[in-house]
Design a protein around this ligand. Structure first.
Ligand code: MG
Length: 336
């Protein structure tokens, strides 16, 4: 850590977040399960494999087109469990509420959590509520943790991508981050863009049933697709090549990104996954994703290569090649 104070950048999900985690957190808590650094911890208890994950939500504003902080918090933890091939089962909910927060808003948030849990087929089984004085928190922060079981024979990890794998994205990129940003800035676009917040566990279940060659999964949340691809390239020690023209993205999102100077590769998603799949099964898995709810815009966006391990490259629309680094700098704070 090169700074003596924590900066917003340390929460970006990008390079600074990774150095905070690898320089301060991992050495402090060092153990082989944590060291995997996947979306969930996966471990054995009495011969059963379990996945366990946690995530905290501070999104601003708390209500936005397509969802609110409540369904976002449920879907986020459900998805982190699903990215390890786990079937999510039980969630906890921790609420930190600012004094003066309207009860009607709390009811709206809780109802969204209930509906999201139902949709994902998980139960919220324990929780905690704290209220802090006005100004000590901003409206409401939510932590969710979750446990699930990993079916026999499933070994999906960020460490398992291998040369030849095809890289699939399950739909359009950058919708969530751009939705939250435009709301927050009070931008009065005649916009149809909505957050993509959604549970992906049912999609993952179908993918696993269709193929035994799904090597790695990741939900490209904070830090976006660019950062998630870098994580996998580093964890698996492989190169990744993607094609700009294959990236599904809404025209409106492209327009807003250009207007505001954002690179959609680094804007967060909350209902998308990246899948690394053996080449012979890529088409089959792509079709499975496309047939699933939330997957109709899925596309193969690239492949895993042997050269330049740990690096991500993008063939641009105009035929050049650029390095896609991990997100540096806090592109959009408090998007989740
Ligand atoms: Mg994740």
């Amino acid at each position: 850590m090169s700074t003596d104070k924590i900066l917003l950048d340390h929460g970006s999900g990008g390079k600074a977040s990774h150095s905070l985690i690898s320089d301060l957190l991992v050495p402090e808590f060092e153990n082989p399960i944590l060291a995997q650094l996947n979306d969930s911890a996966v471990f054995d208890i009495e011969g059963k494999r379990l996945a366990f994950s946690t995530d905290t939500y501070v999104v601003d504003p708390i209500f936005f087109p397509g969802g609110n902080i409540g369904d976002l918090a449920v879907n986020g933890t459900v998805n982190d469990l699903a990215m390890c091939g786990a079937t999510p089962l039980y969630l906890s909910v921790g609420l930190i509420i600012e004094e003066g927060f309207p009860t009607a808003d709390l009811k709206r948030v809780l109802r969204a959590m209930k509906d999201a849990a139902k949709k994902a087929d998980v139960l919220i089984v324990t929780g905690d509520t704290k209220v802090v004085p006005s100004g000590a928190a901003d409206k409401i922060f939510i932590n969710t943790s979750g446990v699930g079981f990993v079916p026999e024979g499933i070994n999906i990890s960020g460490h398992n991508a291998r040369p030849g794998d095809k890289v699939i994205i399950s739909g359009t990129i950058a919708d969530h981050g751009i939705t939250v940003l435009t709301q927050r800035e009070g931008m009065t676009f005649e916009s149809q863009i909505e957050s993509d917040t959604a549970p992906l566990n049912h999609m993952v279940g179908k993918m696993i049933a269709a193929s035994d060659q799904i090597h790695a999964l990741r939900d490209p949340t904070r830090g976006g697709v660019g950062t998630s691809l870098n994580e996998i390239a580093t964890q698996s020690n492989v190169g990744i090549k993607i094609y700009e023209e294959s990236l599904p993205i809404r025209d409106e999102v492209v327009g807003i990104c250009e207007l505001l100077g954002f690179d959609p590769l680094y804007v967060g998603n909350e209902g998308k996954l990246l899948a690394f799949v053996g080449p012979d099964h890529a088409e089959k898995v792509l079709e499975t994703i496309k047939a699933a709810e939330y997957g109709k815009d899925a596309s193969i966006i690239g492949e895993v290569v042997t050269d330049s391990p740990g690096k991500v490259f993008m063939k641009t629309r105009i035929g050049g090649t650029r390095i896609v680094d991990m997100l540096t700098g806090e592109q959009i704070p408090r998007i989740c």
